[in-house]
Design a protein around this ligand. Structure first.
Ligand SMILES: Cc1ncc(C[n+]2csc(CCOP(=O)(O)OP(=O)(O)O)c2C)c(N)n1
Ligand SMILES: [Mg+2]
Length: 601
């Protein structure tokens, strides 16, 4: 049987377990579209190329292996670059397959001709052109291998469209098998050193990050914390893995208790998480110089970033934890410490309750996320997009035993706007599960047109908009830095996103009062078509985000922020009272929220 090269693309990805392909049409890739009919691949065609990449990325998160986006090339590729870069900076395995101009027409002024490799290379682990139709399966297999092994990331294969449109004999093509995941495990000496560090520790904490998600370490992680009694925090992408909330002692999203716990610990275990902004670069006031730090990471170059650490172990987290779980560890009793950590979080949650249950109008952001969290099912996936809106949501959203919380702007790039497409992809993949997006109003704008995609494919996602009528976090920064009367360019006003979604044929709710919230959310969750719950929230309460961001600026030496750090705090540190300075700084970080709480009590 003679088939097009495009069919080889579809057949190879199908053999590798890919059921959904995200794309936007272009003449270069129509042979692959045609092949999707034969190979019964679920082709979702989007309204923007970045959306297609974000969709594939969301499935990589949920299925924990590389998923695929198909781009035509030229402007389709340049439009997709931010999303590819987001995958790169968040270490997400992803295979980007692109068409490209035929090489006979290269550099002659033909439409959409460009040097694609040049723009995609900085944001991919591996990028190549496949010139031979028979080698299409081999190149795709190599792209999967690079995407998944070692530190995961996006890879890129481009295939000129005359190659995609060349006919070959199906039987003359050989298909490689899917590359197996390899699991390097830390060396014996290092594991023994880690055991002795654990045995000496009185106040250890473990922070698990994306390495836990990608290696699928949830069972090993639970065994490890049960065996050792170490309090655990899930950070960044680890929140997306299924995990029982009661096993997590210190909630990453509730800034103050988490920061205090880390500051008080005598041993910090970094389990597949980076020493980046998420944990204050490992520096004061988050960390102290007296603490011991051990880090397990798949990527050896990552270890010692931003500060030297005491023990680095290169390994896949699942395999390394499994090895540790088999070793004898005689821990000191950590019951008191464990209780102290959990109590801190519980006490803070109790402090926040007046806000979470507040009946004020406009609606308090924490009331919105608390009501939403109370309606989540065990298998629910909650996608978070925005800025302040994410930080508020993280104060209430918990990991779920069969679901998860996906922060759409993961990684250092922090691009907002991935939420709608990511939610659509998850709902397409898991139609029976509850899939919800909580998004800032500004961020929702990027994905708005994809509500049409959700309607076209009948994918009933529920979008909940934290509508503070503006680019909240940048507005906060502007006001804080330049003054209240210098606000410009950050207000969006009251936009009826619910009506726009209704205009596409979806369900809309507009909520202004707290008692309308739950009924509106329940209606949206039950309506069976794409829904938008547009909630006007109070723009005045400040999430802990602004202060944290400012502090990080200061820590990394942004001179213009230095005058924002109170002098007494600098003095405390200068005379060696680091611990006291840390405690005061943490309180200062939290102070606006704190002041607001005081007003309520
Ligand atoms: C793609 C992209 N554009 C711009 C920014 C800069 N930025 C960071 S936060 C923010 C405001 C987000 O507003 P919104 O989504 O409404 O969330 P809010 O903070 O108001 O809850 C902006 C514009 C970014 N991070 N990514
Ligand atoms: Mg906003």
């Amino acid at each position: 049987m003679k088939i097009y090269g495009g069919r080889l693309v579809a057949r190879t990805i199908k053999r590798f377990g890919v059921r959904h392909l995200f794309s936007l049409p272009g003449h270069q890739i129509l042979s692959v579209y045609d092949a999707c009919l034969n190979e019964t691949i679920d082709l979702i065609s989007t309204r923007h190329e970045a959306s297609a990449v974000f969709m594939a990325q969301a499935l990589s998160f949920a299925e924990r292996e590389a998923r695929v986006v198909l781009l035509a090339g030229g402007p389709e590729l340049t439009n997709a670059l931010t999303a590819i870069a987001q995958a790169y900076y968040s270490n997400t395995p992803l295979v980007v397959i692109s068409g490209t101009n035929t090489f006979k027409k290269r550099d002659k002024g033909f439409p959409q001709d460009m040097d694609q490799l040049q723009v995609v290379r900085p944001f991919t682990k591996w990028a190549r052109t496949c010139h031979d139709v028979y080698r299409i399966p081999e190149y795709i297999a190599t792209a999967f291998r690079y995407a998944a092994r070692g530190r995961p990331g996006p890879t890129y294969v481009e295939i000129p469209y005359d190659v995609l449109e060349t006919k070959v004999d199906f039987n003359a093509v050989s298909f490689p098998t899917k590359p197996k995941q390899l699991r390097p495990c830390g060396d014996k000496d290092s594991l023994e050193t880690l055991v002795s560090m654990l045995e000496k520790a009185r106040r250890p904490v473990a922070i698990a990050g994306s390495g836990a998600l990608w290696s699928g370490a949830e069972a090993e992680l639970q065994t490890f914390i049960e065996k050792t009694g170490i309090p655990l925090t899930l950070a960044s992408a680890a929140l997306a893995m299924p995990f029982p909330a009661q096993k997590v002692s210190s909630n990453f999203g509730i800034i103050r208790p988490f920061r205090e716990t880390v500051a008080e610990a005598d041993l910090i275990l970094l389990l597949g998480t980076r020493m980046n902004f998420g944990i204050g670069f490992g520096q004061a006031p988050f960390f102290t110089s007296a603490q011991k730090i051990a880090q397990i990471d798949i990527h050896p170059e990552e270890i010692d970033t931003n500060r030297p650490i005491d023990l680095g172990i290169t390994g896949d987290l699942k395999a390394t934890l499994a090895a540790l779980n088999d070793m004898h560890i005689s821990m000191k009793s950590l019951a008191g410490w464990h209780q102290q950590v959990s109590q801190k979080t519980r006490a803070y949650e109790a402090e926040l309750r007046p806000l979470a249950e507040s009946n004020t109008c406009p609606i308090h952001p924490l009331r919105l996320v608390s009501d939403l969290e109370s309606l989540r099912s065990d298998d629910s996936f909650l996608v978070l997009d925005g800025a302040n809106s994410i930080l508020w949501a993280l104060m209430a959203a918990k990991p779920h035993p069969e679901g998860g919380v996906l922060i759409s702007s993961l990684g250092e790039l922090q691009a907002i706007g991935a939420g709608v497409p990511q939610t659509i992809a998850l709902k397409r993949r898991f139609p029976q599960r509850q899939i919800i997006l909580h998004t800032g109003d500004g961020s929702f704008g990027y994905g708005l047109v994809e509500m049409e995609t959700a309607l076209r494919y009948n994918i009933p996602i529920v979008v909940v908009i934290h509508n503070d009528q503006g680019w909240g976090m940048t507005r906060d920064m502007q006001i804080d830095f330049f003054g209240k009367d210098r606000e410009i360019g950050n207000q969006l006003g009251v936009v009826r996103y619910d009506r726009l979604v209704e205009g596409f044929g979806g369900h809309g709710e507009f909520v202004q009062k707290p008692d309308e919230l739950k009924p509106a959310l329940e209606r949206a969750l039950g309506v069976g078509k794409p829904a938008c719950v547009n909630v006007l929230v109070d723009p005045l309460p400040k999430s802990p985000g602004l202060k944290t961001f400012m502090l990080m600026e200061v820590m990394l030496g942004k001179e213009t922020y230095l005058d924002r750090i109170p002098l007494w705090m600098k003095k405390l540190r200068a005379v060696g009272l680091e611990g006291l300075a840390t405690r005061m700084m943490l309180q200062n970080l939290d102070h606006r929220l704190h002041n607001e709480l005081k007003g309520k009590q």
